[in-house]
Write a protein that binds this ligand. Structure first.
Ligand code: BT5
Length: 290
């Protein structure tokens, strides 16, 4: 669906305002990415953006949907995106930084979301590798933190061996989900956290921050320390310094302290004997709430 004009519709929080989105995008100007395509309902914006990569979509091309019927999480999991309640957005990235540093891409996207949410009055943090969270216990009294959003990075392999290809970063943020719409008791939404957020300016703010963060990181050729991205990440990451349990695909749990993030965006976990393990992927559980 192209951006139409529905200025005459009442501004129900669950209604997209095309006019508001257009105003927000205009205001963002060169600070934003684009072009941005807004659709009413789709299976998965990541699947749509991946198709667009194959059609030659440029860096910054974004797909936003009001509803996803087959939203994807990691490892074939499902991401719940009821109509009008969340921000589901996928952005095409064509990184020039070495492939070995691309593990930073979901972390950078998370930083952009934290900064964008901050501009809307929501104080969020990141749980490595791909959760946007609110610190504190879960709604059911579990250790928390509460999951407000998630990121899904999918690589689109290039046609030639020397071509690293592209990536699509999917961003899902729970905005207006009510208690009975939460898929799991560990989830939350900005509405349930008591902050009224409109999705249009949030999308623009996230895109603007993503563009700026990527620019610094690419200028430093993917060196997260040199670009300053790593130090900002450490400030917003709730996982570092925490006692964690990492569940990895084969089922061998790892217990220890999340001690650092390396140059490839991987988590270093140090156990009680001082032995460090590098984790590239896995589900991290914070053992205590913070
Ligand atoms: C993620 O996976 O957290 C990645 C989510 C990425 C979603 C975006 S939306 C735009 C783009 N298009 C897509 O199709 N996807 C991306 P993971 O860490 O695997 O978490 C998935 C798990 O979180 C599920 O198994 C549920 O337990 C839980 N979950 C599902 N929907 C949720 C929601 N709306 N809020 C909080 N938790 C949810």
């Amino acid at each position: 669906m192209e951006l139409g004009d529905n200025v005459h519709r009442p501004l129900d929080g669950r209604e997209w305002s095309d006019a508001l989105l257009r105003q927000a995008l205009d205001r963002a100007g060169s600070e934003g990415f684009g072009p941005v395509v807004v659709i009413e309902s789709t299976g998965s914006t990541n699947a749509d953006a991946i198709n667009q990569v194959r059609e030659g979509a440029p860096e910054g091309f974004a797909v936003i949907a009001n509803e996803q019927t087959q939203g994807r999480g990691r490892l074939e999991r499902v991401w719940v995106s009821p109509p009008g309640a969340g921000l589901a957005m996928s952005v095409v990235l064509r990184p020039t930084a070495p492939l070995a540093t691309w593990g930073w891409l979901p972390l950078i996207a998370g930083m952009a979301v934290v900064a964008g949410l901050g501009e809307q009055g929501v104080e969020s943090r990141l749980k490595w590798p791909n959760d946007i969270v609110i610190a504190g216990p879960s709604r059911d009294g579990g250790p928390g933190p509460r999951k407000l959003g998630g990121l899904l990075l999918e690589r689109v392999v290039g046609e030639h061996p020397a071509d690293s290809g592209a990536a699509v970063v999917g961003i899902g943020i729970n905005v207006d989900l009510r208690e009975d719409e939460l898929p799991v008791p560990t989830a939350t939404s900005t509405f349930l956290e008591g902050v009224a957020v409109r999705r249009e300016p949030l999308a623009v703010d996230v895109l603007g921050h993503l563009r700026l963060l990527l620019m610094s990181w690419q200028q430093a050729e993917g060196d997260a320390e040199l670009s300053g991205v790593a130090s900002t990440y450490r400030e917003v990451c709730l996982t570092l310094g925490e006692q964690v349990r990492v569940t990895r695909p084969p089922g061998d749990d790892l217990l220890g302290v999340a001690s650092a993030i390396d140059s490839a965006g991987r988590l270093i976990v140090t156990d009680g004997d001082g032995l460090s393990t590098t984790v590239a992927a896995g589900d991290v559980h914070h053992v205590r709430s913070r």
